[in-house]
Design a protein around this ligand. Structure first.
Ligand code: HEM
Ligand code: HEM
Length: 201
């Protein structure tokens, strides 16, 4: 390997300053992906832990529709994000990202197959359901710290307005999450059966 190759390699490993971090935090696709992961995790955990009911059936519906609609944009964000940071030197935050992205991909793909089985099959596969639930825990354990640790560090550093970008990201994610939760509440409310009152003659 020539000296030039070695020098190029070490330059590639120190590209963090070249990435416009403010821009990365404020990308529409980044906020949509964070909101997606938060909503899918919260709704999925509710489906798993709460007793069966009409609201939980509606939640499965919204969970599945959001999953089908955002599957491709979220996968595209993950690929794009990896392309931006793939040459960065391995560190604990990047390791969390790699394990996290594998969990997201497996969870999303198993979700799509579960949907296909629920729509066209005789029953959903128990083992696939277990994979879907286990990868949800992995998302909480790896993707959440990946983002939160960076956000806390960037927030403390207060460099080049990055704190503003992190806050903007957080506000947008909260807004999208509230909109999705409000839609669930509205659908539950709209699907209440009419109350019949007894008319005495
Ligand atoms: C980050 C993404 C996702 C997370 C964290 C997640 C999480 C979960 C969890 C924890 C459950 C409850 C499992 C149980 O009750 O045993 C669930 C159920 C379900 N999810 Fe997801 N999910 C995700 C993505 C998707 C996608 C992309 C789809 C499909 C397009 C999907 C479709 C479903 C379906 C159909 C169920 C009901 C399965 C059943 O009846 O047990 N999910 N999800
Ligand atoms: C589910 C998958 C992932 C999500 C949702 C995610 C999300 C994020 C977010 C929101 C940020 C802060 C904004 C930014 O700089 O882009 C970030 C930073 C970063 N991510 Fe990820 N990420 C994921 C996977 C990965 C993977 C697989 C890698 C491996 C190359 C990675 C490497 C990084 C790096 C190097 C940073 C900047 C860290 C720093 O400044 O020290 N991420 N990620």
């Amino acid at each position: 390997m020539s000296a030039l190759d070695i020098s190029n390699q070490s330059n590639n490993r120190n590209l963090s300053w070249k990435v416009d971090r403010n821009r990365q935090w404020t990308l529409q696709l980044a906020t949509a992906t964070s909101a997606y992961l938060l909503f899918m995790t919260l709704s999925g955990l509710s489906l798993w832990l709460l007793p069966f009911s009409v609201p939980s059936q509606i939640l499965v519906f919204v969970h599945t529709v959001v999953g089908v609609v955002l599957f491709l944009p979220v996968s595209w964000y993950n690929l794009r994000h990896w392309l931006v940071y793939r040459r960065h030197q391995m560190a604990h935050i990047i390791l969390l990202g790699y394990v996290g992205v594998v969990a997201v991909v497996v969870c999303n793909v198993s979700g799509l197959v579960l949907t296909e089985q629920a729509l066209f099959g005789r029953a959903i596969s128990y083992s696939l359901d277990t994979i879907h639930t286990a990868t949800t825990s992995a998302i909480v354990g790896f993707v959440l710290p990946h983002i939160v640790l960076i956000a806390v560090r960037d927030g403390k550093a207060q460099v080049l307005g990055i704190l503003e970008a992190v806050k903007w990201h957080g506000r947008r994610v909260a807004m999208y999450l509230l909109a999705l939760l409000a839609s669930c509440v509205l659908i539950v409310y709209a699907s209440q059966p009419p109350r019949l009152s007894v008319i005495r003659i």
